[in-house]
Design a protein around this ligand. Structure first.
Ligand code: NAD
Length: 294
């Protein structure tokens, strides 16, 4: 792990126009954060409802700033124009940097990344917000792997300061530099890390979720575990955190981790988290996870 992102900053090309693929929990948050800090962003999804939800979330976050008198209504309206929702790749020719934030499925990501690579300019930097999938694995089908790296935000994007910038074997310095610069322009703290399934944070977090799941399978009460972990000093317990992350995303990410670290992460039979997912309890995204939401 390389702790300092600073050495890349001197080499950075400027990132003026960006795009995010996927307007879900993460894509919507990335669009809001970019718009809020003044970098225009195209927000592309394949579903109209997703675009609507992404915009609704951005409006809600900007409105809170207006309520707190941190923004005027005019400033909010102006910042919102930085987000350009779209269902097509029409304007991707002028984009400096793309953040892919579609579902955590390697095949879908491969398809989306190769598709977008064919449409953007030769200098455009492509990044993936994958939680766990190796950047070298995602780079395999790309024609310009030197322009590709990971840009891993955390949820909720507007509150979490850290961004992991993941350097694959073929990633060039210019791609890392532009991604570090964009993360800083968004008000985040980038760290540059080497590639492996789960990178740094999720190599720590997913074994923790596994420990929680095992407690559940041994009969523990999730609310009790959450309260105990809060008393331990964590801002929220594992059940609530899983609801925020999305049980579907957690299950798919765990599959990638189990493939990458079979000795530590693979389990026989279904985990409690998998059972929740099978019962369509996806967390806050569909209003029912461990807890119920409105
Ligand atoms: P999500 O399910 O909320 O959103 C995914 C979005 O991608 C959906 O709106 C879907 O319609 C869209 N999509 C699917 N195929 C597409 C395509 N071909 N083109 C454009 N859009 C497409 O998922 P999410 O939680 O936002 O996760 C997105 C990515 O971010 C995943 O790789 C995930 O691992 C990663 N991530 C998630 C979290 C988290 O806590 N949820 C944290 C960090 C990173």
């Amino acid at each position: 792990v390389k702790k300092k992102a600073g050495k890349y900053e001197k080499q950075s090309q400027s990132v003026k126009q960006t795009a995010v693929l996927g307007a879900g929990i993460m894509g919507g948050g990335i669009a809001y954060q970019s718009a809020s800090k003044g970098t225009p962003i195209l927000m592309k999804d394949i579903k109209d409802e997703a675009i609507e939800l992404g915009l609704k979330e951005a409006r809600k976050l900007f409105s809170k700033q207006v309520e707190r008198k941190k923004l005027t209504a005019e400033q909010m309206a102006e910042k919102l124009t930085n987000i350009r929702p779209t269902l097509s790749y029409g304007d991707f020719g002028n984009v400096d940097l793309v953040v892919e934030a579609v579902v955590e499925n390697p095949k879908v990501k491969d398809a989306v990344l190769t598709e977008v690579e064919g449409l953007v300019s030769e200098d455009t930097i492509l990044t993936s917000n994958t939680s766990t999938i190796s950047i070298n694995r995602l780079a395999q089908n790309l024609k310009r792997p030197e322009n590709f790296c990971g840009m891993h935000f955390f949820n909720p994007v507007h509150r979490m300061p850290l961004v992991e910038v993941i350097r694959g074997e073929k990633t060039g310095d210019a791609a890392v530099a532009a991604t570090v610069a964009y993360a800083r322009a968004m008000g985040k703290t980038p760290i540059v890390v080497n590639d492996c399934p789960g990178f740094l944070v999720n190599r720590v977090l997913f074994p923790y979720f596994g420990g929680f799941s095992s407690l559940m399978e041994h009969g523990a009460d999730f609310q009790h575990v959450d309260k105990v972990m809060e008393k331990f000093g964590w801002p929220m317990g594992p059940a609530y955190l899983l609801d925020v992350v999305g049980l579907d995303t957690a299950v798919h990410a765990n599959e990638v981790m189990a493939e990458g670290f079979p000795d530590r992460m693979a389990r026989d039979g279904k985990t409690a988290i998998q059972v929740m997912y099978d019962n369509e309890r996806l967390g806050q995204k569909n209003d029912k996870g461990f807890y119920a939401y409105e």
